[in-house]
Design a protein around this ligand. Sequence first.
Ligand code: CU
Length: 230
Amino acid sequence: LNITNTLDTDTSIHWHGLLVPFQMDGVPGISFPGIPAGGTFTATFPVRQSGTYWWHSHAGLQEQAGHYGPIVIDPAGPDPVQADREYVLLLSEFSPLSPHTIFEKLKKGEGYFNYQQTSWTDDYPLTGKQRREWAKMRMMPTDISDVTGSTYTYLVNGHGPKEGMEFAFNPGERVRLRIINGSAMTLFNIRIPGLPMTVVAADGQNVRPVDTDEFQIGVAETYDVVIEPG
Ligand SMILES: [Cu+2]
């Protein structure tokens, strides 16, 4: 793979979850010097795995700014997961704020993006003891996400919720969804109302199938599910 950096700053590509020689791992200052502006880096590595993975920049805060993409590797032999069609769902966030501004705001006040803060007199159902425990941890009980929908728009394959994305299928088909959390800061809960999902792979590894109505996907995780939408 020849990677040419057309940015005006250093960049890198990290192959998240792929087992590669460290010189190819794409972490500037640790495993290689980075790719300078205008430079080309040749990544050569044997492909030892198959499944759903993703790549992202490991330079500065470029990942938050959109420098990422999916990786799907088909197995050399037959795939134990049989499906009639498949879609990649790469989940991420967009903010009109520069990631450096977001970082700066968090450094000054960890609750900057938390619009659900409690006060002493509100009716948030916490006892005095519980409040003291949270205070001891120096953490707000409503601190679910450091950065929230107050600045983020959540994306699927780069598209926002108002774009009405559709994923077509024919009646009776088994559809494999390769779901990747390419966000910087967000845990997503995945649910398709009224439709059970069978989890067949996690972080690129096939797993014994598990049926669920909902699952949570952490930052950088991938899950493959099979659905039969009707
Ligand atoms: Cu990563």
